[in-house]
Write a protein that binds this ligand. Structure first.
Ligand SMILES: Cc1cc2nc3c(=O)[nH]c(=O)nc-3n(C[C@H](O)[C@H](O)[C@H](O)COP(=O)(O)OP(=O)(O)OC[C@H]3O[C@@H](n4cnc5c(N)ncnc54)[C@H](O)[C@@H]3O)c2cc1C
Length: 463
């Protein structure tokens, strides 16, 4: 059996950047990358073909394989420590800023476009002031947009850079972290193979978060809280949001609702983009993306409400799934409703949708009534936020604005980690979305670099 220095589980951005950093150290480490999905060219989703419903493939072609969930994502690199993850818990500000820039440069070297949005500080400041006058907090952040169509190219280049330096095994589902006499000794895969490794970096993304949680319980790692954000995807004419998107590209707005004092926020803004469905372990939720070249007439974004549940309840994942399930039950998938219909207390139907000025980009969403799905509290928070946004971008709160439901963001159970993302077990590291340290491409990638540097430091101190 070959002995590896480092075994990485998961070939999403977190796993890939762990490998890139280890290889670039020039230490000649023996590295194995295990990925349960396929290489990027072989990743397919049967439901992408028109008329085919999700087949619930054992390894989802959209989420698993080289590039992970990032492969067909919108590829918006949010160059900010304040969004897309919790890395600021592990690293001080100037150092973290430097790390995010380092990661961004690697994306650019592998083909991400040079253009960055949100750099006109004067205009951003004006927008921030206007938002603030209307009870909205604008979190300025610079965005580099790779685009759904260009992401696979960038990822292929990263693979090319690693190919000759590490072993990559696809269709290799890690099932257990293994120990020898109480010391970490490697990883076992579904087919019963065991791989020996001194260091193990677990990077399974949201796809593998439940597996990681099970493993963590089995090997007695401490688990922290796992929040859930629930809301809708809003779609409107791109012209309406242009005053914001042409300045900030992805305006991140935070709002505190008057009635419930809840925190609501915009998330994943896609100028001239499309609304898409996402299948998460048995339920359909809604999401959005945009292409670098192909443009639609619409812009979409999510409004998500963060929820603090009352004790003794502590299963926010189940709660989020149950709400999404209600939409699936009533709409046989995703529900779409005109805002005017929601205000009027009536369902949307195909005629009302087709007569509206905003044409839905997700054509198989069922016109319906989101008030049957979302609790009053969420509807109230969302409507309040749309009203506030209308004051900085008139038209947001218009009758023809479309709301798709529901969008749910399940964040992985956080694992207790040290500053270099090492778990309580020596030489076992956990990174990316699956470990609850990130929620986006840049911070997931940066977390891989942190773990790699942690490993290199440990190796460097050995005599
Ligand atoms: C539709 C969509 C659009 C998005 N758009 C953006 C965006 O524009 N900007 C942004 O910043 N973020 C975006 N994201 C989020 C972003 O993709 C993730 O934050 C990022 O991919 C997380 O990286 P990761 O490496 O932690 O996990 P992932 O990318 O999920 O990768 C984890 C990998 O591990 C593999 N794996 C899991 N368990 C095992 C196991 N047991 N054994 C072997 N392999 C395993 C999986 O197959 C997967 O390939 C989007 C996500 C989606 C789904």
């Amino acid at each position: 059996m070959k002995n590896y220095d480092v075994i990485i589980v998961g070939a999403g951005p977190a796993g890939i950047f762990t490998a890139l950093e280890l290889v670039s150290s020039g230490r000649g480490l023996k590295i194995l990358l295990l990925e349960k999905g396929m290489d990027i060219e072989k990743r397919v989703c049967p439901s992408e073909k028109k008329g085919v419903v999700c087949r619930e493939c054992p390894q989802c072609g959209l989420l698993c394989g080289w590039g992970g969930a990032g492969a067909f994502s919108d590829g918006k690199l949010t160059l900010s420590k304040d969004t897309g993850g919790n890395l600021s818990r592990y690293m001080e500000s100037p150092e973290l800023d430097e790390l995010l820039k380092y990661v961004d440069d690697i994306y650019v070297r592998h083909g991400a476009p040079p253009k960055v949005y949100g750099g006109d500080t004067e205009k951003v400041e004006k927008l921030r002031a206007l938002a603030s006058e209307n009870n909205l907090k604008l979190v300025p952040s610079m965005i580099r947009h790779i685009g759904t169509d260009r992401c696979p190219e960038v990822l292929k280049r990263m693979k090319l850079a690693l190919n000759s330096s590490i072993d990559i095994k696809f269709s290799s589902d890690a099932t257990s972290i293994i120990f020898d006499n109480g010391r970490l000794s490697g990883v076992r895969t579904e087919d019963g193979k065991e791989f020996a490794g001194r260091f193990v970096v677990i990077a399974p993304g949201r796809e593998g978060a439940l597996w990681l949680e099970e493993q963590a319980r089995e090997i007695h790692l401490s688990l922290l809280n796992n929040p859930v954000d629930i809301g809708v995807r809003v779609e409107l004419s791109a012209e309406v949001l242009k005053p914001l998107t042409e300045i900030a590209y992805e305006p991140k707005l935070i709002f505190t609702s008057n009635k419930f004092n809840d925190r609501a926020r915009t998330f994943c803004v896609n100028p001239y983009g499309e609304v898409v469905k996402e299948y998460v372990k048995g339920i359909w939720t809604v999401n959005g993306h945009s292409y670098s070249e192909k443009k639609t007439a619409n812009t979409n974004f999510a409004i998500l409400v963060s929820t603090n549940f009352t004790e003794p309840f502590d299963e926010p994942h189940l709660y989020g799934r149950s709400i999404a399930y209600l939409a699936n039950l009533l709409g046989k998938g995703i529900i779409v409703q005109r805002l005017g219909d929601l205000h009027a207390g009536r369902r949307s139907n195909p005629r009302r949708i087709s007569e509206g000025r905003v044409k839905p980009t997700l054509s198989d969403a069922a016109p319906g009534d989101l008030s049957f799905v979302l609790p009053y509290r969420y509807i109230s928070d969302i409507l309040e936020m749309l009203e506030a946004m209308d004051r900085i971008a008139p038209g947001v709160n218009g009758s023809d604005t479309l709301l798709y439901g529901v969008e749910v963001k399940f964040y992985s159970r956080q694992i207790k980690l040290g500053n270099n993302l090492e778990t309580e077990i020596e030489n076992l590291f956990a990174v990316g979305d699956g470990a609850g340290v990130s929620r986006g491409l840049i911070q997931a990638s940066a977390s891989g670099v942190i773990a790699a540097r942690g490993i290199l430091k440990k190796i460097g101190t050995e005599t």
